[in-house]
Design a protein around this ligand. Structure first.
Ligand code: NDP
Ligand code: 13P
Ligand code: ZN
Length: 354
């Protein structure tokens, strides 16, 4: 991983970002460009194996690159260990995460532990983890966000991503829109706690959310152009995080709320969906235009209520109460925590709960 001590600034960015229809067949060219040939090890998911994992495997196999493949079921430390052991056993020289957020995170962390290059091949544009230098992994009953090496390349086939359930793309939009409150929280921490702040990272992150907010009607199901907009925005968010050297520009109080929900009501809603709903409420707390956020998510077709998330009201309220404890070192608008009355007020006023 990159050394970050002292005044040194070391930004880790992907070298190749390939976005477009059928770019999955460019995988060999990308590997060649990175001087990675034999010894690919593919980490894929149960559903995404057929959709993309096998395609990448066959393509590299036909080229004589002798790939290996493993199916990961969950983003857990156990799965990471399995991947590390199999990749070591087969003398793999680089890893590829081909699938959704789970497979990409497992491959990303395994590659970092093995000190091997990593290529991200997302089958859905559901959050900016497809390009970031973080991996969210379950360990000992808790989900932790771990710093890892950024992907050497991102190959986002817009045909494959258009074929994914629309819900995943709408979730990706929620993750992008959440940049607004993340940056507001960061500015607050800079003013109140003198936390280091990067104007460039903040501006890029805010602009990325703004582009989406300016034309939410451009995001529609099964439209290649919509996928292209969202993928580019997710890459841009990832770059903002790389410039900052942390997830600060894209993860604030709304992400803490989402992380709290992951613990209280696991498996109910997608990361980006929860972040979108969190953004509505955190924008209210910031005194900003939360109605515009809600309206934009509604146009896209992303959830804006507890019911649409499939989460009971009581978990929304509990998550609001514990969110500030998720990452105490990251100061946000939640400060030292909301009172139960304040939590209920924000959730009701924004119509997240009824
Ligand atoms: N590293 C980071 O910076 C970040 C990581 N995360 C983490 O990522 C994970 C969530 O990722 P997310 O992608 O939202 O959800 P999941 O990884 O849970 O994937 C959702 C489902 O969609 C399926 N799927 C994906 N692509 C397609 C497709 N093209 N067609 C049909 N089905 C498809 C997956 O299948 P399959 O079973 O094959 O995977 C899976 O069943 C969480 O663990 C979260 O903590 C979230 C944000 C940032
Ligand atoms: O999801 C992220 C940014 O969108 C990553 O943020 P975390 O550091 O909170 O995991
Ligand atoms: Zn996120």
């Amino acid at each position: 991983m990159i050394p970050t001590k002292g005044k040194k600034k070391w930004m880790q960015l992907p070298r190749d970002v390939v976005v477009g229809p059928d770019v999955i067949y460019d995988v060999k060219d990308v590997c060649d460009d990175l001087k990675l040939r034999e010894g690919a090890f593919i980490v894929t998911g149960q559903n995404t194996k057929k959709i993309a994992g096998d395609v990448v495997f066959d393509h590299l196999d036909d080229c004589g690159y002798e790939p290996g493949i493993i199916v990961s079921k969950e983003a857990s430390m156990d799965d990471v260990k399995k991947v590390v052991s199999e990749a070591e056993g087969s003398n793999s020289r680089y890893l590829m995460g081909v699938g959704s957020g789970k497979s990409i995170d497992v491959a990303k962390l395994a590659a970092t532990q093995l000190d091997l290059p990593f290529i991200s091949v997302p089958t859905a544009a559901s959050h900016d983890g497809i390009v970031s230098s973080r991996a969210s992994i379950h360990d000992k009953g808790k989900k932790t966000s771990i710093e890892v090496n950024a992907p050497m390349a991102v190959i986002a086939d817009t045909n494959i991503i258009s074929g994914a359930p629309y819900r995943l793309l709408a979730a990706g939009c929620g993750d992008i829109i959440s940049n607004y409150t993340a940056v507001l929280d960061w500015e607050l921490a800079h003013r109140l706690r003198n936390e280091p702040f990067s104007e460039y990272a903040a501006a890029l992150s805010r602009m990325t959310a703004q582009i989406l907010m300016d034309s939410p009607e451009a995001i529609k199901p099964e439209l290649e152009s919509s996928v292209r907009i969202v993928v580019k925005a997710l890459v841009s968010s990832g770059v903002a995080m790389s410039i900052a050297g942390s997830s600060r520009p894209a993860s604030g109080s709304e992400h803490m709320f989402s992380h709290a929900l992951d613990m209280l009501a696991p498996g109910s809603a997608l990361h980006g969906e929860q972040c979108g709903v969190g953004t509505i409420m955190m924008m209210y707390l910031h005194g900003g235009d939360w109605k515009k956020i809600k309206e934009c998510l509604e146009i896209i077709g992303a959830p804006t209520t507890a019911e649409e998330l499939g989460i009971e009201d009581k978990y929304i309220l509990e998550a609001l109460l514990v969110a500030h404890e998720i990452r105490p070192e990251r100061y946000t608008v939640l400060g030292a925590g909301l009172t139960p009355e304040a939590a209920e007020k924000v959730a009701r006023l924004t119509k997240v709960i009824s």
